[in-house]
Design a protein. Structure first.
Length: 627
């Protein structure tokens, strides 16, 4: 119903209320003078409507269920009273009319009492009664402009704690133009998102430019381009959102506001999944995470802890990283039993001893060397950690009776050209071979780049922009898949959860749907624009040439695999032919070459093994078994 329809309805209801009140009190029939009085009352109601614009508050946000329950209570009181009087008293003065009036007045008083109590609790009683215009501005508080649908904005404004640091809302910008002029709890809808620039200009002309902008949803934020967001940031406007790009469990600070991270501004809208399968996976179980202090490992620990595991063991070779993630988990989940373990996965005896002591039910193996250039320059270290470390973890997990092992892999393992990618491809086969069988299920999850991870281009570009440029790229056509760390980990946990409940073990590698690949040069331009700068004018972009082992594009499925859907956001890469076993002698040979530091021979042996694993037919199986 439009504003004009609401005004007419309000006036008609006022006339009806006047008529009902007169008939209730005065027994004299209606006279011409009475109709004049009714007309005067109606005109008065119209004047109030036009001055105070009561119709701007959408009716759908009134809590109807509370009022209906109060009415039910009043009606039941009247019925109960009437039933009692049939036995103890011959009649009721005024009969049913008295009971009806009593029920109406009781409902009104109960509702009024609760409205006054809630208004007092929200510290808005006097403001709501005395305010003659839109929401009052408090000069001492930062001004907040809210971007999102009216239903989401009203729900946000309804919660007193929702404003976090305490902002003064000055308006709402809605996706729908027809909602312009509506008033939500005293805050006016100033316009549509499509007209945001004109809304902002009007606020500036009136002397009320926003100090902060709150985006209620990813879709609301995605309609703003990087250039516009960068302009706002350059003008000192804070970009805010409520907690959680990916919500796992009940976050204690879910209603507070926080700055939007650069990774969120760069990423596509994240996949939203039901967290219940993940809770069912880890709830009440002992979980061990290797590489627990890394980018992926630390987020695994956060989400696993939030899902209610019985015991969390954090394993990492870095004292610094392990200390920080252990302290964070201790502060956030003080009641969660946990154990931090300083351990290098390359130490087979130490890994076996740790697993024997902790006896995990589920193991997430995230420990790895992942930086392409560094591993390319230090191939022996890459093989010892990524290949032999995986064998140690898989063997120890199986020996201690773990029910599930999940290996975190990478898209660089597909048709690898780098030592890092080749080592991870061998690690996939090693995990399944040494950890597979009836006793323990193995899941391998393969995905691409994550924004904000260690070694990501994002912090590198940030430092280059802060220094005034230039931004350096290896090639103008390089493109990669990207997602945020929390989203990647949520999908990893979901994939492992699906694997756990499947009737048959996974036949292939689980891959995450990462949307469309992003050109790195486009990412660089967006990052420059998000700082309120102009690419090539304010910050130069230089091409340096591809580094050893680097590819222009990455894929998630290899030539000897086919992809099939597994679940929303998850695919499964199935081998065209059964995976050939890797003889222990070949892994021992890799270990020996790494120990003596023969990088040339190690590189050749590693890539020879990868080519054997990538064959689509059985011809190479004989070679592997015979070696």
């Amino acid at each position: 119903m439009g504003h004009a329809g609401k005004i007419v309805t309000h006036v008609l209801l006022a006339l009806l209320a006047f008529l009902a009140g007169r008939l209730l009190v005065v027994s004299v029939p209606l006279t011409p003078d009475a109709f004049v009085q009714m007309a005067g009352y109606g005109v008065s109601a119209l004047i109030v409507e036009l001055v105070f614009r009561v119709e701007r508050a959408p009716w759908r946000f009134v809590s109807a269920s509370d009022h209906l329950r109060l009415f039910r209570s009043s009606a039941l009181t009247a019925v109960t009273f009437m039933a009692i009087t049939r036995f103890v008293h011959p009649g009721i003065d005024g009969g049913l009319r008295t009971l009806a009036a009593a029920a109406v007045f009781q409902t009104t008083l109960l509702s009024a009492l609760r409205i006054i109590r809630r208004s007092g609790h929200e510290r808005m009683l006097l403001e709501s009664v005395l305010r003659l215009g839109p929401a009052a501005m408090l000069p001492a508080l930062p001004r907040l402009l809210i971007i999102g649908s009216t239903s989401e904005a009203e729900a946000f404004l309804r919660a007193p704690a929702g404003l976090g640091e305490r902002y003064a809302p000055i308006g709402v910008v809605s996706p729908l133009d027809r909602e312009t002029g509506d008033e939500l709890r005293g805050v006016c809808v100033l316009g549509a998102i499509a007209d945001f620039d004109s809304v902002l200009a009007r606020l500036r002309d009136s002397g009320l430019p926003p100090s902060a902008i709150l985006f209620l949803t990813d879709s609301a934020m995605s309609t703003f381009g990087a250039e516009r967001l960068g302009r706002l940031k350059a003008e000192g406007v804070r970009l805010l959102r409520r907690h959680g790009v990916v919500e796992m469990g009940a976050a204690p600070a879910a209603t507070t506001l926080r700055e939007i991270s650069l990774e969120e501004l760069l990423s596509r809208p994240p996949v939203r999944l039901d967290p219940e399968p993940v809770r069912a996976l880890v709830a009440g179980r002992r979980v061990l995470v290797t590489g627990a202090g890394g980018s992926i490992g630390s987020e695994l620990c956060r989400q696993i802890a939030a899902s209610g595991c019985a015991q969390l063991t954090l394993v990492d070779a870095s004292e610094y990283n392990l200390f920080h993630i252990d302290r964070e988990i201790a502060q956030t989940y003080p009641a969660l039993p946990r154990q931090e373990v300083l351990c290098d996965v390359r130490d087979a005896a130490r890994v076996a001893r740790v697993f024997g002591e902790q006896r995990p039910d589920i193991v997430f193996h995230a420990a790895a060397l992942k930086h392409v250039t560094l591993v390319e320059n230090h191939p022996c270290e890459g093989v010892r950690t990524n290949v032999l470390g995986t064998r140690n973890v898989a063997t120890a997990a199986k020996a201690c009776g773990a029910a599930h092992l999940a290996l975190i892999s990478t898209d660089k393992a597909v048709a690898p050209t780098s030592v890092m990618g080749a080592a991870k491809r061998v690690a996939e086969a090693v995990a399944r071979q040494y950890g597979g069988g009836d006793e323990m299920r193995v899941s391998i999850v393969r995905f691409g780049n994550v924004l904000g991870s260690a070694g990501s281009v994002v912090p590198i570009f940030q430092s280059q922009i802060a220094a005034g440029g230039p931004i350096t790229l290896t090639h103008a056509e390089v493109e990669r898949y990207f997602m945020t760390i929390p989203e990647a980990v949520q999908l990893v946990l979901r994939a492992v959860a699906l694997s756990r409940i499947a009737s048959e073990p996974d036949a292939g590698v689980l891959t995450l749907e990462m949307g469309e690949p992003v050109k790195i040069i486009d990412l660089a331009r967006r990052m420059i624009e998000l700082q309120g700068l102009v690419p090539e004018r304010d910050i130069a972009i230089e091409i340096t040439g591809l580094r050893p082992g680097e590819k222009l594009t990455e894929t998630l499925v290899d030539v000897n695999e086919i992809a099939r859907p597994k679940a929303p956001g998850i695919m499964e890469a199935l081998r065209l032919a059964p995976a050939p076993p890797i003889p222990d002698a070949r892994l021992d040979a890799l270990d020996a070459l790494a120990e003596i530091g023969d990088e040339t021979a190690l590189r050749a042996a590693l890539f020879d093994l990868v080519e054997d694993l990538r064959q689509t037919g059985p011809s190479k199986v004989v070679k592997i078994r015979a070696s």
